[in-house]
Design a binder for this molecule. Structure first.
Ligand code: GLV
Ligand code: MN
Ligand code: MN
Ligand code: MN
Length: 403
């Protein structure tokens, strides 16, 4: 696999969903850009003679071999992005899967089991708020009735979004028979830190995913005039929010976790009005569940204390929570050895692989990211490293599919 060959296929996907102003990618689940990515996937699969199927939740598969066969080796990732995200988070795993199939075919490999490249729906949760939507629905980790009612910021429900895309919203839900036919799931992903740079390795293997989640913090106060309301008379939810953000930062640093407030909504969002309400989303992560629980509890208590002082009211509700994932140790060590003692590392980022790992022996490969940046346009991987990732993935798929 030459870097130029990786680039040639990569280039064909790159323009889809790119911000015309050059500020990253906007590929939200079931948006026009996402549908264009899905059409790209179908065309690429068909050009390779792979059979394309869709499950009840709109996750796509390109099959080499019988889709109804047992012990399938499935690889893949997601097309969707965070707002103004990078190009690699997600799509790299799908493009690498297609190129790995090409390599195996050229090597004359005949898989003893079905092999599939998968594209999972709405992994980032940027549109409907729940991360790993497609894989959670597939595994039964998310109630389809609740999922149908999720709405995007424009008020469009998930049910409406999937029906616009030609899917039956009533059919959303778990598919245990499908999962039972999978022997392995392998997700290749751009690294979202600099551990591989520090270790001088192009490819690594995941050991674990930190437990993490999203909490919706609603702070209600009293809307009022910015010019005429005495400072002492205010019940300003923005003040409570500001304090809560600082408290989250402090608690995360003290406890060795990560806390981020990357999204807020303010009502009525007027320069000259004390706000009536603020909604803030806390993203919290930690190396272990106890630390994560302690972190979120501490932030909640401190937000509530501050609300008492500000005369505001606060509620904190979990929106999507993911427990710790320890990837299959035997598989992990086997892949690391197969790849010449590749570094083994944990990550604080969530992945469909984490959701699937409770159902199928699962592993992840990471490709070095020289910037270490992710969920932002600066996310990067060189074509040389991406090509090395394809070779590593092909080697791993060959080993698993030919046993
Ligand atoms: C998924 O990309 C996450 O936010 O960790
Ligand atoms: Mn991501
Ligand atoms: Mn991802
Ligand atoms: Mn992410």
């Amino acid at each position: 696999m030459t870097p130029a060959r990786f680039r040639a296929l990569w280039q064909t996907l790159l323009p889809i969903g790119q911000d015309p102003a050059g500020d990253g990618w906007l590929r939200y689940g079931w948006s026009e850009a996402d549908l264009a990515c899905r059409a790209w996937f179908t065309a690429q699969a068909q050009a390779r003679g792979l059979q394309v199927t869709t499950d009840r939740n709109g996750n796509l598969y390109a099959w080499w071999g019988d889709p109804a066969g047992d012990g399938a080796v499935v690889t893949g990732s997601h097309f969707d992005s965070v707002p103004h995200g990078g190009a690699y988070d997600g799509p790299l795993g799908i493009v690498s899967g297609l190129l790995a199939v090409d390599l195996l075919a050229e090597r004359g490999v005949t898989p003893h089991r079905p092999l599939a490249v998968a594209a999972f729906a709405e992994e980032e949760g940027s549109r409907f708020g729940v991360a790993c939507l497609g894989s959670r629905l597939l595994t039964g980790a998310l109630d389809p009735a609740a999922a149908r009612k999720l709405t995007d910021p424009a008020g469009v429900s998930l049910a409406d979004a999937v029906s616009t895309a030609g899917l039956d919203p009533a059919a959303l839900g778990p598919e245990p028979e499908l999962l039972a036919r999978w022997g392995y799931f392998i997700e290749l992903h751009v690294e979202q830190g600099r551990a591989l740079v520090d270790r001088g390795a192009a490819v690594g293997v995941a050991s674990a995913i930190w437990p993490h989640g999203r909490w919706r913090i609603e702070i209600t106060g009293e809307g009022n005039h910015a010019g005429t309301t005495a400072m002492a008379d205010r019940h300003d939810p923005m003040l409570t929010t500001a304090y809560t953000v600082l408290a989250a930062n402090k608690e995360a640093r003290l406890r060795g976790g990560h806390a981020t407030v990357g999204r807020i909504e303010v009502a009525p969002n007027a320069t000259n009005a004390v706000p009536a309400r603020v909604t803030a989303w806390l993203d919290a992560r930690a190396p272990d569940q106890q630390t994560l629980t302690g972190l979120v509890e501490a932030v909640t208590v401190r937000a509530q204390d501050r609300a008492d002082r500000d005369g505001t009211a606060v509620t904190v509700a979990a929106e999507s929570v993911s427990p710790v994932v320890d990837f299959d140790v035997t598989l992990r060590d086997r892949l690391a050895a197969r790849l010449g003692d590749a570094p083994v590392l944990p990550t604080g980022a969530g992945h469909d692989a984490g959701v699937l790992s409770g159902h199928v022996p699962t592993a992840m490969l990471f490709v070095r990211n020289p910037t270490g940046v992710s969920h932002a346009p600066g996310e990067h991987a060189t074509d040389d490293d991406c090509a090395a990732g394809v070779v590593a993935l092909a080697d791993v798929l060959a080993e698993l599919a030919c046993q």
